[in-house]
Write a new protein. Structure first.
Length: 103
């Protein structure tokens, strides 16, 4: 439950970031509004990475069922919910580091 609350807070902060993008992250806003297609798409990846981290924290069981390879003997997912939670925290840390580059 604790991980889901952290994911919910990340979603709220992400929405606030999108609303106040020009004030909080002017470099990211400049890259996103660039006329160069490649720079704009890279900025979109940086903008949506916190949302991926929140999804990994809120719904790790669904990621384990859908994206984990299954064991041939038991048919259960090899990568459990704990792996996807850790991946969510790693994605959150990586997205925070990328957003700090655009401050």
């Amino acid at each position: 439950m604790f991980h889901r609350m952290i994911g919910g807070v990340v979603v709220l902060l992400w929405l606030g970031m999108l609303v106040h993008l020009k004030r909080w992250l002017p470099g990211l806003d400049l890259a996103a509004s660039s006329s160069i297609w490649r720079a704009g798409s890279g900025a979109l990846y940086v903008e949506f990475m916190p949302l991926l981290a929140a999804a990994l924290l809120i719904f790790p069981e669904q990621f384990a069922r859908r994206f984990s390879p299954s064991s041939p003997m038991t048919g259960e997912p090899v990568l459990g919910a704990g792996f996807w939670r850790i991946s969510g925290y790693f994605a959150l840390l990586a997205s925070w580091a990328l957003l700090q580059l655009f401050r």
